[in-house]
Design a protein around this ligand. Structure first.
Ligand code: GTP
Ligand code: MG
Length: 199
């Protein structure tokens, strides 16, 4: 599959009352600064489509992009960013939860994890919640360019081992670099297979 067209649809703070613009939607979530918006730009081959920043907490709304005129990619705010007010953090958490629980056309949630760190408590808690809400998800280990091939393989093995204590079978686990576009084709192929299943 190739992405030939990516159009910004809008920035939303709540999902209630939102008309589904397309029948199928993929969303991207993960800790603040993990590389969600960058990954979306990499997949769409469009710099600046989703706004990125080296400062955590950049994305604070639900941003939707129409892909190839047919389906949607949604960029979500990150969770777990400590340096914002409690009120803002709570409202972002509610926004994220409402979106996840009330967007039936969201057929898959990509949960991004930084490949350089072991699975964090906050990520595990989030993944367990997805399990209890029965949300289909896949994992993407981000910033793969920051590790050597061997180190990345070791980290991937460690993620498999940790996650297999909780999931059988394991969810799909990908690795990608938004800097080098490594992993792009594999992700797009997988998305294509999900689109076909939800055809
Ligand atoms: P929030 O919206 O704040 O939650 O962050 P985000 O998860 O959308 O992260 P964003 O894409 O804004 O990227 C955060 C920082 O990580 C930026 O400085 C990016 O340039 C950098 N970054 C993202 N992906 C990669 C990657 O694959 N490799 C490298 N080297 N840097 C990356
Ligand atoms: Mg972002």
């Amino acid at each position: 599959m190739e992405i030939n067209q990516a159009t910004f649809l809008g920035s939303f703070t709540k999902t209630e009352g939102l008309i589904a613009e397309a029948p199928v939607e993929f969303a991207f979530i993960g800790r603040s600064n993990v590389g969600k918006s960058s990954l979306i730009n990499m997949l769409c081959k469009t710099k600046g489509l989703a706004h990125t920043s080296s400062t955590p907490g950049k994305t604070q709304c639900i941003n939707k992009f129409l892909i190839n005129g047919k389906w949607i990619i949604t960029d979500l705010p990150g969770y777990g960013f400590a340096k914002i007010s409690k009120t803002l953090r709570a409202s972002l958490e509610i926004m994220i939860r409402n979106y996840i629980q009330h967007t039936p056309q969201m057929v898959l949630l990509f949960v991004l994890l930084d490949c350089r760190h072991p699975l964090q408590k906050i990520d595990l808690e989030f993944l367990l919640k997805l399990g209890s809400w029965q949300i289909p998800f896949a994992l993407v280990l981000t910033k793969a360019d920051k590790l050597s091939k061997t180190a990345l393989q070791n980290q991937t093995d460690a993620f498999h081992e940790t996650l297999s204590q909780y999931w059988e079978p394991l969810p799909p686990i990908f690795a990608a670099s938004s800097k080098t576009a490594w992993g792009r084709e594999e992700l797009l192929e997988y998305m294509e297979s999900v689109l076909e299943e939800n055809g």
